[in-house]
Design a protein around this ligand. Sequence first.
Ligand SMILES: [Zn+2]
Length: 142
Amino acid sequence: MTQPIQERNVVLVYVLGICTLGIYFLYWYIKTKREINENFGSSIPTCWLLIIPIANLYWMYKYAEAYSLHIIKDDNKALWALLFILVGIIVPAVVQLELNKYARNEIPMRQKSNRRCPNCGRVIPEDANVCPYCGKHFETFL
Ligand SMILES: [Zn+2]
């Protein structure tokens, strides 16, 4: 069963995160990773990588990539990845504020896409400017 996007109070996320010495932040990553993967079709890997040095940087890159491609849709994944890795403390605020808009239906969830990349043939978001898999740039939407 799909885990719906949950609205969370950002201040509360930080209060709980600090009170639990970071454990709640890990829980928050596990929950949001699942919500993002299930609702946006992204493939952020297991949160176990978060506790492994170096692998945690890769994980944060994948998380930032999903945020950029599927949630805020600005195609700026490198910038978000750099920001998330350098200033990790802002991630729950940045991501949760955006997820809350989906939870409150201020931004409608996208329907299942039928569009395929003409270059690699994989299913891609209807409104993608760039193929998330092969990186091909598209001139126009269709
Ligand atoms: Zn492609």
